[in-house]
Design a protein around this ligand. Structure first.
Ligand code: GLA
Length: 449
């Protein structure tokens, strides 16, 4: 499984994320803000004007969200740097087409109630940023929350849903992430909020994806899958194999709360995920949160490390199973550190696994076997094919033989290809013998008779 690729974390680019307004002697502060904004806005010129592909709710969203790496500390310079990186490091070409601002962009409302962007962090405003993002061939997403304050304490949308939806449409937003801190988590209350947002977005006549995080409980899926395009099925992901069931790794990232934050193992073994993945289909997908592939580990004192948060096998599993679940593939690492040989490039740019996620049938995998530390997930694909993933949940490498029936196949397949090794295997015998590293996932596409 992806054994030969480079394991060194590319140097984590140090970025200044705080807003600084330069004041030159003799100039009024307002003038200086304007002058600085003009300089900064000259960054918002695309190298070549492109047109992003139209919004397609029938495929899981692929893109980038800064939260896993940057928290709620984002600004225009970081986002522009990431857009540029994604345009040249293979991510845009591989289908990562959404640039999603998470919490942290919001400024105050004007006296008339109009939402604004934080003028220090986004000096050129969101509309110009969105125009730039579009011209680089990406779609543009934004975060909001139904309460008066978002999770970070910044401005939320309470009492302003219709107006904010119109503002987002005018700004050129293609995707809305609706968070829930401080809002109604009851099924009926949360469904009403989601319906209100869906209606407000529809009323703008601009197609926009609606992705919600109504807390991730198993009770969300049954109402959410008919209202929204994706819904969270667990807590905030953290960069660790374990968090809830066992203590997180020493270099875990974002595992702040043992009861809420979920490691990869926690997501894989969550009964709520197993129950809700079956509700997914074209236009409505489960959201097990952004990817932790290639995120930096953290020291005990909270410093970014040069080591990854997930080891390579765990990162493979994160990507493979999210693709099996037809989940959004939203990178949470820093794309500016990707150069082809690094772990994130090797995993996130695996076109065969991306194709499993994006398969036009849009049907998620189901768990067809769970035994002795092994899981087998089976996902029907278009064209009579299927994807099979064998996860080794154990803390040591293992080998096992699975019959074709145990892999979900209808007898011996006529073809079998290994999606990590990129090669076709000779199909012989009554089943498949696998050797899988600790926390790793073997992944295949097969054709049945
Ligand atoms: C919540 C969400 C996260 C992120 C933060 C932002 O924790 O679950 O995905 O959006 O808020 O503050």
């Amino acid at each position: 499984m992806a054994a030969s690729r480079g394991r060194a974390l590319a140097a984590v680019v140090a970025v200044a994320v705080s807003a600084t307004v330069l004041t030159a002697a003799g100039c009024s502060p307002a003038r200086n803000v304007t002058r600085q904004a003009m300089n900064e806005c000259s960054d918002l010129v695309a190298s070549l004007a492109r047109t992003p592909p139209p919004v397609d709710p029938n495929r899981p969203v692929m893109g980038f969200n800064p939260y896993n790496t940057f928290g709620a500390t984002i600004d225009q310079a970081v986002i522009v740097g990431i857009v540029r990186a994604m345009a040249s490091n293979g991510m845009r070409a591989a289908g990562y087409r959404h640039i999603i601002l998470d919490d942290g962009w919001q400024g105050p409302r004007t006296a008339a109630g109009q939402i604004t962007a934080d003028p220090g962090r986004f000096p050129c405003g969101i509309q110009r940023l969105a125009t730039y993002v579009h011209a680089e061939g990406f779609r543009f997403g934004i975060y909001t929350s139904p309460a008066p304050r978002a999770c970070s304490g910044r401005t939320g949308s309470a009492g302003h849903v219709a107006a904010d939806a119109r503002t987002f449409a005018r700004w050129g937003v293609d995707y809305v992430k609706l968070d829930w801190c401080g809002s109604d988590y009851s099924s009926s209350g949360a469904a009403t909020i989601a319906r209100t947002w869906r209606a407000a977005l529809s009323a703008t006549h601009r197609p926009m994806i609606l992705s919600i995080n109504a807390g991730g409980a198993p009770s969300v899926g049954p109402w959410a899958h008919v209202i929204v395009n994706s819904w969270r099925v667990g807590g905030d992901i953290c960069g660790s194999w374990y968090n809830q069931t066992r203590p997180p790794s020493a270099t875990a990232r974002g595992c702040y709360n043992r009861l809420y934050d979920e490691g990869i193992y926690d997501y894989l073994t969550s009964p709520g995920v197993h129950a809700q993945v079956t509700l997914a289909g074209p236009g409505h997908f489960i959201d097990p949160d952004m990817l932790e592939v290639g995120t930096a580990g953290k020291s005990a004192s909270g410093q970014d490390l040069t080591a990854y948060a997930l080891d390579p096998a765990e990162a493979d599993t994160n990507f493979a199973i999210w693709a099996m679940w037809s989940a959004p593939l939203i990178a949470g690492n820093d794309p500016r550190t990707m150069g082809g040989a690094d772990l994130a490039s090797q995993i996130l740019l695996n076109r065969e696994i991306i194709a499993v996620d994006q398969d036009p049938l849009g049907r998620p995998a189901t768990l067809v076997l769970s035994r002795g530390g092994w899981q087998v997930w089976y996902k029907p694909l278009s064209g009579g094919k299927a994807a099979v993933a064998v996860v080794n949940l154990a803390d040591s490498a293992g080998a096992a033989l699975f019959s074709w029936a145990e892999l979900g196949a209808n007898g011996q397949p006529t073809s079998l290809s290994d999606l990590w090794a990129h090669r076709d295997l000779l199909v012989t015998g009554a089943g498949l013998r696998v050797q899988v590293g600790a926390h790793a996932t073997a992944m295949y596409v097969l054709t049945s008779r």
